[in-house]
Design a protein around this ligand. Structure first.
Ligand code: FES
Ligand code: FES
Length: 163
């Protein structure tokens, strides 16, 4: 399918983005190929694994299933936007400190999924974490280290808030 170009404006990691996209263009391709934001990974390309998870208007979203035009006006966060002035986000820190990855291919999506959870619920229960993080697939870790990292991320964030 092809057609007239669509003018897209949105915010990606706080920066205004304006560009023409093809009607069939997928948002993850815009990120990776046109905005050089290659931290977001593609694995299944079917909306099933969560490797490509970004946050769109606060909601974790599989960017391989998002047409670029659907991002019109959206506020988007990707893995590139999490660290602040060189300081890792608590979720990133917790994943590193817990060694919650092996090959790392699922990790950006896992981190964005966890970020969206903690944004909604700063103190999720272990059951809630298990349930929420079950949306994404990891072929390597067996998940336990990921679940523990998300718990730790919530604790690190709480500590930072109390400082
Ligand atoms: S690559 Fe998008 S959900 Fe698997
Ligand atoms: S660390 Fe390899 S897929 Fe998750």
């Amino acid at each position: 399918m092809s057609g007239e170009l669509v003018y897209l404006t949105c915010r990606v990691n706080g920066e205004e983005v304006s560009l023409h996209v093809r009607p069939e263009e997928i948002f993850v391709d815009v990120l990776r190929d046109r905005l050089a934001a290659t931290g977001t990974k593609v694995a299944c390309d079917l909306g099933a694994c969560g490797a490509c998870t970004i946050i769109v208007n606060g909601n974790p979203t599989a960017s391989c299933g998002l047409f670029a035009w659907q991002a019109e006006g959206a506020d988007i966060q990707t893995i590139e936007g999490l660290a602040n002035n060189g300081n890792l986000d608590p979720v990133q820190r917790a994943f590193v400190e817990n060694s919650a990855f092996q090959c790392g291919y699922c990790t950006p999506g896992m981190i964005m999924l966890a970020r969206a959870l903690i944004d909604r619920d700063p103190a999720p229960s272990r059951a809630d974490i298990r349930n929420w993080m079950g949306a994404n697939i990891c072929r390597c870790t067996g998940y336990e280290m990921i679940i523990e990292a998300v718990e730790k991320a919530a604790a690190l964030q709480q500590e930072a808030c109390n400082e």
